[in-house]
Design a binder for this molecule. Sequence first.
Ligand code: NAG
Ligand code: NAG
Length: 141
Amino acid sequence: MKFIFATLAFAAAALAQRVVITSPSQGQNIPAGSSINVQVAEGDQLSSVKEIGIAVTLQHCQQNPCEDVEDDLGTIFYAGPYQPQFFNPPSPPGAPYQNFTVNIASSFPKGPAVFSVPHAQLLGAGPFLNTEIANLTVNIV
Ligand SMILES: *[C@@H]1O[C@H](CO)[C@@H](O)[C@H](O)[C@H]1NC(C)=O
Ligand SMILES: *[C@@H]1O[C@H](CO)[C@@H](O)[C@H](O)[C@H]1NC(C)=O
């Protein structure tokens, strides 16, 4: 019995619904002082997934490729509920998504910068807490 539960918990973990930043694109040039759309997509929702929320942050990189910014996420543009939905036309992976408009300060340092999307959700019947950070590197010009 215990084994079965452990197996189910593992299956739930394997099915964890990861988020992906589907816009802007990797390496895209983004002018400081501009307003851009950050699109966060997720695979199909399972009934056993309860979203807690996400954040959208941007950090200037000291190195290229960027150092790990997990403990230094930078400017917070958004922190709150995550409610991905299907839209027509769908985002490229065909997955539900949510758009977030962010205004990048004109004083934001030029050069490589990384968008991070910390994501928290409750999974499975337990449920258990699953967290991750999706990221994408862009170029502030
Ligand atoms: C982006 O995420 C990957 C995978 O979690 C991680 O290895 C990498 O350090 C992150 N990049 C930055 C710039 O934080
Ligand atoms: C989300 O943003 C993209 C542009 O990045 C746009 O094409 C799409 O229509 C937007 N979706 C919604 C529902 O506003």
